[in-house]
Ligand binder design. Structure first.
Ligand code: ZN
Length: 142
């Protein structure tokens, strides 16, 4: 069962992020990186912000992440999220892909317990249309 209700609009992959979403569909979380200078970036963009190269590669994360910052949502901005209130929106970083930050949800925890620096584990939320959304929960070693 999806984290949010089926009324939650799904992402619409575009030219720049279609490879990101295609990897997610295979349960691989990968981030775009520059093939020239190796700088990772997210969301995907056509040009490296560091060296202006158009050459692209991808860096796969094993799925361990850390809370960079977070907030708790108490008011529904969309019908689909009402049953989840309050829920956590977090920006997370990845020790194995330095330089990228991902906006996601931290689940399976009381929002009051979420802390900056908390160690997280990736889980795949399967939504309609075969899309997989990367979300995180506290890692068992935390
Ligand atoms: Zn570059």
């Amino acid at each position: 069962m999806a984290y949010f209700s089926e009324a939650m609009p799904a992402p619409h992959p575009n030219f720049d992020d279609r490879d990101f979403w295609a990897a997610c569909a295979e349960k691989r979380l990968q981030f775009q990186a520059c093939a020239e200078c190796s700088t990772a970036r997210h969301p995907p963009t056509p040009v490296c912000p560091r060296c202006r190269s158009f050459k692209v590669t991808w860096k796969l994360t094993a799925g361990r992440a850390e809370v960079y910052t977070h907030t708790t949502v108490h008011h529904a901005s969309h019908e689909a999220v009402k049953p989840n209130l309050p829920y956590v929106v977090a920006v997370v970083t990845f020790p194995d892909v330095p330089g990228v930050r991902l906006v996601t949800n931290v689940t399976d925890i009381d929002p009051k317990e979420v802390r900056i620096g908390m160690q997280l584990a990736l889980w795949w939320d399967v939504i309609g249309g075969g899309m997989h959304i990367p979300r995180f929960k506290p890692s068992s070693s935390a």
